[in-house]
Design a protein around this ligand. Structure first.
Ligand code: PMV
Length: 315
């Protein structure tokens, strides 16, 4: 068994969350400065097949066999060992640390899954393709999110900005110019599964108006892709703003998110919107670099609990 450390980034959704669950395109990018880290190391002296899981961020320090079957770390570990066909192994320890806020739309669950899958595969010297890593992480997401589109595991695995349509191979985006984002955390945790279930209930009640909103979000995302590839940053602002309005209409925004979005716009952002499942979690603002400091300050004054800066690099 090979001791190793694997990393995986968080992510932001730039365009298309929720509509992506219903087959429309979405655009997401990795947050490479916010990482989940998984270290695997053999434990001398313990009985074979004993696995110790140490994840202080979520208060877990336990033997695998003592965790409930429904625990995401247990599910992921068992899934990977099964996939690798490994059933005899020495005792080992899995240590998990993550700088990605939990349940806030930044892909923390997918990042831990991806780093854990890669770590276990590396420990048994059976590296997996990105496609395989992503599909195993998707299996875990399905257990936790009910009906995920697959965008989180995809962008976290490939670590590139992607244009994503459910069920298709992701297309890597090549931005013509760098895009500066500020991410503002409301500090309100919000499980994605609940937000996704809420949209589903409202879509079932009013399919016509929801389908029209999903269609418009799909159009916005396609226009945004063109603007990103052509380096037309000024066109992205109004598209972000309109996407946010549609998400508000779909009742996945919140007063805290709206306050941060409004503050960023007033302080000079090109545009701003909630990002991810919504109802809490994080918002993003696309900002001219020279206004970055003022916008960050405005977000703090409007109640942001944490601020992250991210540049989507040009290609
Ligand atoms: O994990 P979150 O909160 O970033 O949400 C993922 C995006 C959704 O479109 C809301 C759900 C999905 O599976 O695509």
């Amino acid at each position: 068994m090979l001791a190793n450390t694997s990393l995986a980034p968080g992510k932001v959704i730039l365009f298309g969350e929720h509509a992506v669950v219903y087959g429309r395109p979405a655009i997401a990018a990795p947050l490479t400065q916010l990482l989940a880290e998984v270290s695997i190391s053999p434990v001398a002296g313990d009985a074979p097949k004993e696995i110790l899981i140490d994840a202080p961020d979520i208060g877990t320090h336990s033997r695998l066999q003592d965790l409930p079957n429904s625990h995401p770390l247990a599910i992921t570990t068992i899934l990977v060992l099964k996939h690798l066909g490994v059933d005899q192994y020495p005792a080992f320890k899995i240590s998990i640390r993550s700088a990605i806020p939990v349940a806030s739309g930044l892909g923390s669950g997918a990042a831990v899954s991806v780093a854990l899958i890669r770590g276990i595969a590396a420990a048994f010297e059976r590296p997996l393709t990105d496609e395989k890593v992503s599909s195993l992480a998707f299996e875990v997401e399905k257990i936790y999110h009910g009906n995920p589109s697959g965008i989180d595991n995809t962008v976290v695995t490939y670590e590139k900005p992607v244009y994503f349509i459910r069920g298709r191979s992701p297309e890597v985006l090549s931005p013509k110019v760098g895009l500066n984002l500020i991410i503002g955390d409301t500090g309100v945790s919000s499980p994605t599964a609940q937000a996704v279930a809420g949209v589903r209930a409202r879509w079932e009640a009013e399919p016509g108006s929801y389908e029209r909103r999903f269609d418009r979000i799909g159009d916005i995302t396609r226009l945004a892709r063109l603007a990103i590839e052509r380096g037309e940053t000024e066109h992205l602002g109004p598209l972000l703003d309109e996407n946010h309005t549609l998400l508000q209409e779909m009742e996945v925004s919140s007063p805290e998110l709206d306050r941060l979005v409004e503050a960023a716009r007033r302080a000079g952002a090109w545009g701003a919107k909630l990002s991810g499942g919504g109802a809490g979690g994080n918002m993003i603002a696309l900002v001219p670099i020279e206004r970055q400091a003022q916008i960050a300050q405005a977000l703090r004054e409007a109640g942001a609990m944490r601020i992250f800066f991210s540049e989507i690099q040009p290609n």
